[in-house]
Design a protein around this ligand. Structure first.
Ligand SMILES: Cc1ncc(COP(=O)(O)O)c(C=O)c1O
Length: 355
């Protein structure tokens, strides 16, 4: 059977989903910036206790919204819950549809899904490349014209792990022209240790900012698919209207509420991340590899012209890392900080392959 589609649909790349074999026993998964630890036992128990309710539609999202609002000193109307923060990236496109403003700005290298989602919703993504891997918000500002509707900023940035600071962000927001929404994707914010990391939640009342956070990383709920957005109540309502009803499943909502109250779990995850990150710094220094100090749970490291071959050799040893060819960084790989056992396994393999 033949069916024709619009050319723009054919140009949409497939999102690079982690391969299934990674979930089998014996693989070391350092390619998708996941939390390497088991989930919080409080979370697991809350899911087990609720599992017989799955014959019903999910409960209202209000309880979780109220918890998040209290955490940030805001109102439930400022919060939107999504099926992963990825859903909210999409919903931003839907809720912000505008007859004249059909462009979005994306800095590169950055998270691949912004451009994919732009294409899906018929926007044109203007990619602004920063070859020295340092994002400059002044350059982004210069590129905003009357065709631009959304600017995507990723902080800490995937795949570099770098951040822009609070003062820089505030000055950017002060100079933003009207009718432009800034989506600041803070999927890795919990891992950031810099005191200068932006206090983005304090800007949502006064500026057109949608802050995205997720339960997939520090909270360890990637498989449940739940994230949230924080914005001025009017913006949040536009996003809410264009979202699928019940897009967030019942067990995810229950788990997220429990995860938010388990500070000890998150503290352990963050501590382990610092230990693993420092271990990687030592390893890369020992091997003479240039790397970028990270504010997230992964490190971008330059392993040389055969980075793709090295990734394949690690794969043969059942270690998954991400080759950065698709980000136009063919000499780099991105390695997620794993458990110390996984980090040591990776270190042993890397040493043996590079020596
Ligand atoms: C920068 C960034 N934003 C968003 C996401 C998606 O997160 P979620 O699992 O909440 O959809 C990821 C996932 O890796 C990411 O790296």
């Amino acid at each position: 059977m033949r069916l024709t589609v619009d050319e723009s649909i054919k140009r949409i790349p497939f999102y690079p989903k982690a391969a299934l074999y990674g979930s089998e026993e014996g693989w070391t998964r350092l390619a998708s910036n996941e939390n390497p630890h088991p989930p919080s036992s409080k979370v697991v128990n809350s899911i087990l206790e609720s599992v017989f309710s799955i014959t019903r539609y999910p409960e209202s999202e209000l309880e979780l919204k109220a918890l998040l609002a209290a955490k940030y000193g805001l109102e439930p109307g400022n919060i939107v819950i999504g099926n992963g923060s990825n859903e909210l990236i999409e919903t931003a496109f839907k809720g912000m549809r505008h007859p004249m403003r059909t462009r979005v700005l994306v800095h590169e290298p950055s998270f691949a899904f912004y451009t994919i989602a732009a294409q899906i919703y018929g926007y044109e993504a203007r990619q602004i490349r920063f070859p020295d891997l340092t994002l400059d918000l002044d350059i982004i500002l210069e590129q905003i014209d009357e065709s631009v509707r959304i600017v995507f900023l990723n902080n800490p940035n995937n795949p570099t792990g770098t951040i822009f600071e609070d003062a820089t962000f505030k000055s950017f927001l002060d100079r933003l022209p009207p009718e432009v929404l800034v989506v600041v994707d803070e999927a890795y914010a919990e891992f950031a240790t810099s005191k200068k990391f932006p206090k983005s939640m304090t800007y949502v009342r006064d500026y057109p900012v949608l802050v995205l956070r997720t339960f997939s990383k520090a909270y360890g709920l990637a498989g449940l698919r739940i994230g949230y957005g924080v914005a001025d109540a009017t913006i949040a309502s536009f996003i809410e209207r264009t979202k699928q009803p019940f897009s967030v499943n019942m067990l995810a909502l229950i788990a997220a509420k429990e995860a938010l109250s388990d500070d000890k779990y998150v503290a352990k995850v963050l501590e382990s991340n610092i230990q693993g990150r420092d271990f990687f710094y030592g390893l890369f220094a020992e091997l003479g590899l240039a790397f970028i100090p990270t504010e997230a749970n992964f490190v971008l490291v330059r392993v040389g012209p055969d980075a793709e071959g090295l990734t394949k050799k690690l794969f043969e040893k059942k270690i998954l890392v991400r080759w950065m060819g698709a980000y136009e960084l063919p000499e780099y790989i991105r390695v997620t900080v794993g458990t110390m056992e996984e980090n040591r396994l990776f270190a042993r393999s890397l040493r043996s392959l590079l020596k």
